[in-house]
Each structure stands twice: as structure tokens, then as C-alpha cells.
Write a protein that binds this ligand. Structure first.
Ligand SMILES: [Zn+2]
Length: 113
């Protein structure tokens, strides 16, 4: 379960940014979690209380925005939903595709109290 390590990194980052900006209390943390980021939202949710315990983020709420997977086809230059088209482009059948959305696991917003 690598979610624990990823979350710990995020909490470190937020504490550093908060200090720089003289933010002492945080209300809510918003994360963007891509469907193809390899991160399981349920694990993030269950790891969260353990990771924030004893940090500045203790007692904060966690909100996750699930980002749909979108790929770009290099052959026909079209974008398509990855769901149902995992291996190839639905327009031209090419496998020269790249995930352009849905691979992220990032801090979207930090809401100060
Ligand atoms: Zn294509």
C-alpha cells in the first residue's frame, strides 16, 4: 500500500508551504486523484487519519476529486476516454497512445480555516 508514503510526502509538503505563508490552521485538503494514477482512493481515505495524526493537518477534512482517464492518440491526434479502450485508440486502432489526464495524484487545494 504505497498510498501511505505518498500521503506522508503530501503532508510534509503542505506543512512547509503553510509555514512559508504563515498559515497555522487548515480546514480541508483537496486532492486530485486520477483513475490511472495507481492510487486507490479507498486506501487514501483509510490511511489519512494515521498520516495526519500529530501534524498540522490533524482534524482536517479530506476531499478527493476523481479525474477520469483520457488518452491522446499520436497517430490520429484524437483524445478519447481510456475506459473501455485500454489498449488502443477507438478511432484508428493505433497503440501509440499516451495518458494525458487521469494519471495525476496532486494537491488541488488547501483550504485555510
Ligand atoms: Zn487514433
Amino acid at each position: 500500500m504505497h498510498e501511505l508514503g505518498l500521503l506522508a510526502e503530501i503532508v510534509d509538503k503542505i506543512e512547509a508551504v503553510a509555514k512559508e505563508n504563515n498559515v497555522t490552521e487548515i480546514e480541508k485538503l483537496v486532492l486530485d486523484v486520477g483513475e490511472y494514477s495507481g492510487v486507490v482512493p479507498e486506501y487514501v481515505e483509510t490511511s489519512y487519519p494515521a498520516v495526519i495524526g500529530g501534524t498540522m493537518l490533524e482534524n482536517t477534512k479530506l476531499q478527493m476529486n476523481i479525474i477520469k482517464g483520457v488518452a491522446f492518440c499520436h497517430s490520429c491526434k484524437k483524445k478519447f476516454d481510456i475506459k473501455g479502450n485500454e489498449q488502443r485508440c477507438p478511432y484508428c486502432g493505433s497503440q501509440e497512445c499516451e495518458v494525458v489526464e487521469g494519471g495525476e495524484f496532486i494537491i488541488k487545494e488547501i483550504v485555510a480555516r
